[in-house]
Design a protein around this ligand. Structure first.
Ligand code: SF4
Length: 185
């Protein structure tokens, strides 16, 4: 039987959700036997998100145009998109900058970081292709693309990640119910 094509993506997050994924420890070896990891910031060095992905964990909110482009590509090429962690589910910490401006928080945060707090030659980063333009507001993933499953937590604990993924390996949907599976924070 063909292995399930598995991916993880890192948008605007601290990578803590991926660190929690690595906390699956020896179960990662079992997982590696059952899936083909086709894209991930951990343990995989492919640059382009491939076609035909079965399951993708998406960490992080959508904060800039690069995040937005990748989120669209993930949705087009993936059967099951999992909103992975509180930043993806609610926008969480990255969305704190939304308070800095009314529809223009991207510019407000850039001015604060690079002009007001710039000690030496304060200037806005504007090199094309180096710093992706920030969106006006940071958005949770489901406000940008449809998602198939929510896996909350900051980060989701490893046993919750396993409980969400393991049924998928056998063609079943996980039971995302109760405090153990749904608690935020
Ligand atoms: S949900 Fe928490 S651990 Fe995950 S990326 Fe966001 S801040 Fe980091």
């Amino acid at each position: 039987m063909a292995k399930l094509k598995f991916a993880t993506v890192w948008l605007a997050g601290c990578s803590g959700c991926h660190m929690s994924f690595l906390d699956l420890d020896e179960w990662l070896i079992d997982l590696a036997r059952e899936v083909e990891v086709v894209y991930s910031p951990v343990g995989c060095d492919l640059k382009d998100y491939p076609e035909g992905v079965d399951v993708c964990l998406v960490e992080g909110a959508v904060a800039n145009e690069e995040n937005l482009e990748l989120a669209y590509r993930v949705r087009q090429r993936t059967k099951m998109v999992i909103s992975f962690g509180d930043c993806a589910v609610t926008a969480n910490v990255p969305a704190m900058r939304n308070m800095l401006g009314d529809g223009d928080a991207g510019n407000a945060v850039l001015k604060r970081a690079y002009l007001e707090l710039g000690d030496v030659t304060p200037q806005l980063p504007d090199e094309p292709g180096i710093v992706p333009p920030l969106l006006d507001q940071v958005l949770p993933l489901h406000q940008v693309i449809p998602v198939d499953l929510y896996l909350p937590g900051c980060p989701p604990p490893a046993d919750r990640i396993r409980a969400a993924i393991e049924p998928l390996l056998h063609g079943n949907m996980p039971q995302m119910e109760g405090r153990a599976m749904l608690k935020f924070g």
